[in-house]
Design a protein around this ligand. Structure first.
Ligand SMILES: [Fe+2]
Length: 263
C-alpha cells in the first residue's frame, strides 16, 4: 500500500507545493541534471530544453502542458497515486500521460518503487515532446486498451524495456531515453557504464518474452537503432508479435526470484 497521496490540482492546473516539496524537487533536479547531460539521448535533451523546468521549485502541470500541446498535442493528466490498467491505457490512447501529483519524502530520496512527480515529469515528459516517441506511446495505449489481461502482461514488457528502461544508439555511443533510468541517479550510471549490465540490440520478440523485476537494477537493457525505431514499431502489427511471444512463452529470468517473507 502506498504512503503517498496525490495533492489536489486546481482548475488552473496548479498544485500548492509546500516549501519542503520545492526543496526536494530542487535537490532531485540538481543531482540528476549533470548526470543526464552527458548520458541522455539528443531527443530527450532537446525536450528538456523546451520544457525549461524550474530548478528551484516543483513545476506546475499547466506550464508543462503548454509545451507538450505545441510539440506533440500530448497533455499530462493528474491522477491519484495508483490507477488501473483500463484507465492507464485509455489515457495514453487519448495522448494523456498520467502523473501522480506527489513527491517522494526525504526518507525515500534515493529510491522509491512508486512513480512520483519527479519520475513522471523529469523522467518522461521531455521524450513526450518528440513526435516519434509520442506516436509510439499513443499506439501502445490503443493496443493496450483493446488487449486481453494476458496480452496486457506481454505488452507491459514492451513499455518497460522502452519508455521506462530503453537505451538508444547515437553514432558510436549508447544513450538513455527511458524515464525509469533518467529519473534514477544510480541507474543512470549503471545502465550505461556498469560491466555487469547487458546491453543488447532491441528485438521485439525477445523484449516481449523477457521477464523483469521492478525492485532491482535491470540485468539487461535493449538498445534501439534510433528513436525512429519506435515509430517503425508503432506501425508494425505488434499484436501479432504479442501472440507469437505468448505461444513461445517467457525466457528464463536473468535475476534471482524475489524472496517472499512468509513470517
Ligand atoms: Fe514511468
Amino acid at each position: 500500500m502506498t504512503q503517498y497521496r496525490s495533492k489536489p490540482v486546481n482548475d488552473k492546473g496548479m498544485v500548492e507545493w509546500s516549501s519542503e516539496e520545492d526543496l526536494i524537487w530542487r535537490d532531485l533536479v540538481s543531482r540528476q541534471l549533470h548526470l543526464v547531460e552527458q548520458r541522455a539521448c539528443k531527443e530527450y535533451l532537446a525536450g528538456l530544453k523546451l520544457l525549461d523546468l524550474p530548478l528551484d521549485r516543483a513545476p506546475q502541470i499547466v506550464d508543462i502542458n503548454r509545451v507538450l500541446k505545441q510539440a506533440t498535442g500530448w497533455q499530462v493528466e493528474p491522477v491519484p497515486a495508483l490507477i488501473n490498467f483500463d484507465r492507464f491505457f485509455a489515457l495514453l490512447a487519448d495522448k494523456k500521460f498520467p502523473v501522480a501529483t506527489f513527491l517522494r519524502s526525504r526518507e525515500e530520496f534515493d529510491y522509491l518503487q512508486e512513480p512520483d512527480f519527479f519520475h513522471e515529469i523529469f523522467g518522461h515528459c521531455a521524450m513526450l515532446t518528440n513526435p516519434e516517441f509520442a506516436e509510439f506511446t499513443q499506439m501502445y495505449g490503443i493496443l493496450g486498451r483493446n488487449a486481453s489481461d494476458k496480452q496486457r502482461v506481454y505488452l507491459a514488457r514492451l513499455y518497460w524495456f522502452t519508455v521506462e528502461f530503453g537505451l538508444v544508439k547515437e553514432g558510436d555511443e549508447t544513450k538513455i531515453y527511458g524515464g525509469g533510468i533518467l529519473s534514477s541517479p544510480g541507474e543512470t550510471l549503471y545502465a550505461l557504464d556498469d560491466p555487469q549490465a547487458m546491453r543488447v540490440d532491441f528485438d521485439i520478440h525477445t523484449v516481449l518474452r523477457t521477464p523483469y523485476r521492478i525492485d532491482i537494477m535491470q540485468p539487461e537493457y535493449f538498445v534501439l537503432d534510433g528513436i525512429e525505431h519506435l515509430y517503425k514499431l508503432s506501425k508494425m502489427d505488434l499484436m501479432f508479435h504479442v501472440k507469437q511471444a505468448m505461444s513461445a512463452g517467457l525466457l528464463p529470468p536473468l535475476f534471482e526470484p524475489k524472496e517472499v517473507n512468509h513470517a
